[in-house]
Design a protein around this ligand. Structure first.
Ligand code: BGC
Length: 768
C-alpha cells in the first residue's frame, strides 16, 4: 500500500477496524545517513539559540525542512497510530494538533503526547521534537480541564488582572500534558451577534479586546517559554475574520485598510507589541481583495516589518488549500503554497486533500524545482526551530503524566473559574430590587428551559461535562424542599397546575437562553450562525404566560453565547441576569449573584439590538452616521456597550483634567471621584470615552480609551486616575499616517457608553 493509497482507503473508510494493519517503511524509502557528529552543537543547551538553530538548519535536507512546516492531526494518530505513525517518521513533522476530547483525562493525554514525542525522536535522523499545538481558549482541552467562561464572558469582567490569571491556569494545565501552543486568544472584533463565533470573542471594541488580549497573552506566555507551565499564545484570526457578511461564518468581503487598522488590527498590534505573542494565526478571511494567508502586506509588511513580530505564523485549517479551492486566487495547490510562503505563512495547518503528505511533498518539489527559493523555506523553518529551542524541547521533550493529573482541574483552578464566572455575569434589569433574593424565601419555582451543562460550558462541553447547573447552585443556598422544579413539558401538559404552583411561590426563576450548540464555529452540517436573534419561541411563550397569569416576582437568567434581541423581556421581566456561557462553575456563580453572595459587576462588551434588523449596532459609530430612526425600531441599542447594573449605586464627581492644554506628543491626566452610595460592597467599572471634536478624517462619536474596575465598600470613595497617552489621541490621517492633530478633545466618563456622568475637554496645540 502506498502512502497515498493508505490514506485514501483509511480516511474515506474510517470505520474500518485498523487494529491489525501496520504501515511498513518510512516515507523516504530509507533513512538518510545519521549524523556522524556524536554531540552536535544544536543539542548543546549551553549554546545560544541562534547558533543552535543555524547548526541544525545546516544539517537538514529539503524534506526535513518542509516537514517542519507541517501539522499532523493528532486524532488520526490517536485513533490509528499504526497506520499514521509513518507521518512522524523521517523526515518527521513540525507539529501535531491533538484534540483530546475523547480520551481518558490529563494522564492519558500526557501519555499520548509522550508517545508521539518518543516515536518522533526514535524514528527521525535529527531528533527534532514535535511542537504540540491545540485550541485552549477556555481551558485545557481535556476531560477534567478547568473551563472558564466564553470570550464574551471573560470580556464582561472588564478585569484584565483576572484574565491574566486565567491565562496562567490554561497554560499550567495544558503544558503539564505536553501542549506547547494554544490557538488563542481570539481577538476578532465583531459587531454581528448572528455570527456563532461571537461567543469566542472579546466583543465589539478594539480597546477592550486589546487590553483583555494582552492580559491573556501575558498569563499564557509568562516570563519565559522554557518552563513546565507556559504556552505560546496564538492570537487569531489575523485579520478581519470577525467582519462576516450577514453573520455567516466564512462569508467575507474586502475591508478597507483604514477600517482594518482602526478596528480589526488594533488588538493584534497590542498582542504583538505589548503582549509579545510568539505566534499568530492567519485567518480564513479576505483583506482588501487578498486572502489573509496570501497577503504579504499583512503577514510580512504589517506584522513583521511594522510591528516587529519575531514569532511564526500558523495558518488556519486548510487555509492554504482554500487559495485554490475556495478563493480561486491560485490556479493550483502548488501556486497556493507558493503564495502563502511568499506572503509570510510558516506553519501549515493540516491537509485533508490528496494525502496527509501532500503539502510537504509539494513544498519540497517547489524548492527543488527552483520555484521557491530555499532561503525562503529556511527562514520559515528557522522561526519554528527557534521556538522549539526557546521552549526547551530538545532538553525536555517529555512530561510527567502523574503531574498532569495533579495540575489539571485542581481546586485552586476551579476557584478561579468561579470568580471569573461571577464577574462575567451582567445584571441587565432589577426593577423593584427583586434581586438579591433572601435565603429565607419559603418557596422558589424554578423553571428549567435551558439549565443545561452544554449551555454552561460552550465548546468546553466537548471535553468536560462536569459543569455546575443553576439548579445545583440554588440548592446549595436553600434547602431542596423549597425549590419546585418545572420544565417546558409541565407548561405544555399541566399549564394550570404549573401556573398555580408559581403563584404560590415567593419567586419564580426561569433559566432560558440558547442551547449550547447554537453558537460556536459553523460549518456545513454543524451550523451555529443565526438569521434571527430571538429567544427560542417556546421559551418566550412560557415566560409570557408566567408574566400574564401570576403575580410572583420573576427572575430570568439567560445562558447564551450571543446577545439576543429581548425587547419584550426588557420591558416586562423585572429581573434579568445575563450569564453568557459561564463555564465549569457557572451555576454556582449565578446562585451567588441571585442570593447576593456576589454583587454583580459585569458590563456588556457588545451592544444588544432591539431586533435583528438593527445589526450591526455598536457604540463607536462615525460622526454623520446620523442613525435616523427606523420606521419600526429605535435607533439605539436595547442595552449598550459597557452597560450593567449592580446591587449598589455609584456617584461620580470632581472630574479633573490636567493640563487643559497640551502640546502634540504630550499626555493628559484625567481623574474622577467615585463613591459607593448604596448599602452593599460592589465594583464599578469606570469608563473613559474620548471624542476628537474636529479632525481631518471622520472620527467615531466616542471611543473607549481607558477603564478601571474599582471595588468600594458602602460609603467608600476613591479617586480614579487615567493617563491619556498620545497614542490614545491619535488617528490615521488622510495620508494614512498615525498622528495627533491639534484641536479640542471631549472627555466623557461614566458607567457605560451611554450613561456618561461627567464630561470635560482639553486642547491639543502644535502642528502634526
Ligand atoms: C478554526 C480555528 C481553530 C482551528 C483548529 C479552525 O477551523 O477557525 O480557530 O484554531 O480550526 O481547531
Amino acid at each position: 500500500v502506498s502512502d497515498n493509497g493508505a490514506w485514501g482507503v483509511f480516511y474515506l473508510r474510517g470505520s474500518l477496524s485498523l487494529e491489525n494493519v501496520t504501515f511498513h517503511g518510512n516515507r523516504l524509502g530509507s533513512l538518510p545517513p545519521l549524523a556522524q557528529d556524536p554531540k552536535p552543537l544544536y543539542l548543546d543547551p549551553s549554546q545560544p539559540v541562534n547558533a543552535r538553530v543555524e547548526d541544525l538548519l545546516s544539517r537538514m535536507t529539503i524534506e526535513e525542512k518542509a516537514a517542519q512546516l507541517d501539522i499532523v492531526d493528532g486524532e488520526w494518530l490517536r485513533e490509528h497510530f499504526k497506520v499514521f505513525s509513518y507521518l512522524l517518521e523521517e523526515p518527521g513533522v513540525g507539529s501535531v494538533l491533538p484534540r483530546f476530547f475523547a480520551i481518558g483525562g490529563p494522564e492519558g493525554a500526557a501519555e499520548l503526547i509522550n508517545k508521539f514525542q518518543r516515536f518522533t525522536l526514535e524514528h527521525t535522523r535529527l531528533g527534532i521534537p514535535l511542537l504540540i499545538g491545540t485550541d485552549c481558549p477556555l481551558g485545557a482541552s481535556v476531560w477534567g480541564g478547568t473551563i472558564f467562561p466564553c470570550g464574551l464572558g471573560m470580556a464582561s469582567t472588564w478585569n484584565p488582572e483576572l484574565i491574566r490569571k486565567v491565562g496562567e491556569v490554561i497554560a499550567k494545565e495544558s503544558r503539564a500534558m505536553g501542549v506547547h501552543q494554544t490557538y488563542s486568544p481570539v481577538l476578532d472584533i465583531t459587531r454581528d451577534p448572528r455570527w456563532g463565533r461571537v461567543e469566542e470573542t472579546f466583543g465589539e471594541d478594539p480597546y477592550l479586546a486589546s487590553v483583555m488580549g494582552v492580559a491573556m497573552i501575558r498569563g499564557l506566555q509568562g516570563e519565559s517559554l522554557n518552563t513546565n507551565h507556559t504556552l505560546i499564545a496564538t492570537p487569531k484570526h489575523f485579520a478581519g475574520y470577525g467582519r462576516v457578511l450577514g453573520g455567516r461564518n466564512g462569508a467575507f468581503e474586502s475591508v478597507s485598510e483604514r477600517e482594518l487598522r482602526e478596528i480589526y488590527l488594533r488588538p493584534f498590534k497590542a498582542a504583538i507589541k505589548e503582549g509579545g505573542a510568539k505566534s499568530v494565526m492567519a485567518a480564513y478571511s479576505e483583506v482588501n481583495g487578498v486572502p489573509a494567508v496570501a497577503s504579504r502586506w499583512l503577514l510580512t509588511g504589517v506584522l513583521r516589518e511594522e510591528w516587529g513580530f519575531d514569532g511564526f505564523v500558523v495558518t488556519d485549517w486548510e487555509c492554504i488549500e482554500d487559495l485554490h479551492r475556495a478563493f480561486r486566487v491560485a490556479a493550483t495547490y502548488d501556486d497556493a503554497i507558493e503564495q502563502a510562503l511568499t506572503a509570510g505563512a510558516d506553519l501549515h495547518m493540516l491537509t485533508h486533500l490528496d494525502s496527509p503528505m501532500d503539502f510537504q511533498e509539494r513544498l519540497t518539489n517547489l524548492v527543488r524545482s527552483g520555484r521557491l527559493p530555499e532561503d525562503m523555506l529556511d527562514e520559515a523553518v528557522r522561526r519554528i526551530l527557534r521556538i522549539k529551542f526557546e521552549l526547551g524541547l530538545f532538553e525536555n521533550p517529555f512530561v510527567s503524566p502523574k503531574k498532569a493529573d495533579e495540575v489539571v482541574g485542581s481546586e485552586e483552578h476551579k476557584k478561579l473559574a468561579l470568580q471569573v464566572a461571577r464577574e462575567s455575569l451582567v445584571l441587565l434589569r432589577n426593577e423593584g430590587s427583586v434581586l438579591p433574593l433572601s435565603r429565607n424565601v419559603s418557596s422558589i419555582a424554578f423553571i428549567d428551559l435551558n439549565d443545561d451543562v452544554e449551555a454552561m460550558m460552550g465548546w468546553g462541553y466537548d471535553w468536560n461535562r462536569e459543569g455546575v447547573t443553576v439548579l445545583e447552585g440554588i440548592k446549595s443556598k436553600v434547602s431542596d424542599e423549597k425549590v419546585h422544579v418545572l420544565n417546558s413539558w409541565d407548561f405544555k401538559e399541566k399549564l394550570e397546575e404549573s401556573l398555580r404552583m408559581i403563584n404560590q411561590s415567593d419567586v419564580a426563576i426561569v433559566v432560558a437562553g440558547e442551547p449550547g450548540h447554537w453558537t460556536g464555529e459553523s460549518w456545513p452540517g454543524h451550523e451555529r450562525d443565526r438569521a434571527s436573534l430571538s429567544l427560542p419561541k417556546y421559551q418566550l411563550e412560557i415566560i409570557q404566560a408566567i408574566h400574564e397569569n401570576t403575580k410572583t416576582p420573576l427572575v430570568v437568567v439567560v445562558l447564551s453565547g450571543r446577545p439576543l434581541a429581548i425587547s419584550w423581556l426588557a420591558e416586562h421581566v423585572p429581573a434579568i441576569l445575563w450569564a453568557w456561557k459561564p463555564g465549569l462553575k457557572g451555576g454556582m456563580a449565578i446562585a451567588d449573584v441571585l442570593f447576593g453572595d456576589y454583587n454583580p459587576s459585569g458590563r456588556l462588551p457588545i451592544s444588544f439590538p432591539h431586533t435583528v434588523g438593527q445589526v450591526p449596532v455598536f457604540y463607536n459609530y462615525h460622526n454623520y452616521t446620523r442613525r435616523t430612526r427606523y420606521i419600526d425600531a429605535p435607533k439605539e441599542p436595547l442595552f449598550e456597550f459597557g452597560y450593567g447594573l449592580s446591587y449598589t449605586e455609584f456617584n461620580y464627581s470632581n472630574l479633573t483634567i490636567t493640563p487643559r492644554k497640551v502640546r502634540i506628543g504630550e499626555g493628559v491626566k484625567v481623574c474622577v471621584d467615585v463613591e459607593n452610595v448604596g448599602n452593599l460592597e460592589g465594583a464599578e467599572v469606570v469608563q473613559v470615552y474620548l471624542r476628537d471634536v474636529v479632525a481631518s478624517v471622520v472620527r467615531p462619536v466616542k471611543e473607549l480609551v481607558a477603564f478601571k474596575k474599582v471595588t468600594l465598600s458602602p460609603g467608600e470613595k476613591a479617586t480614579v486616575c487615567f493617563l491619556l497617552t498620545p497614542d490614545k489621541l491619535s488617528l490615521l490621517n488622510r495620508e494614512m499616517k498615525r498622528v495627533v492633530e491639534p484641536g479640542t478633545f471631549k472627555v466623557m466618563i461614566g458607567s457605560s457608553s451611554k450613561d456618561i456622568r461627567l464630561t470635560g475637554s482639553f486642547e491639543v496645540v502644535g502642528s502634526p
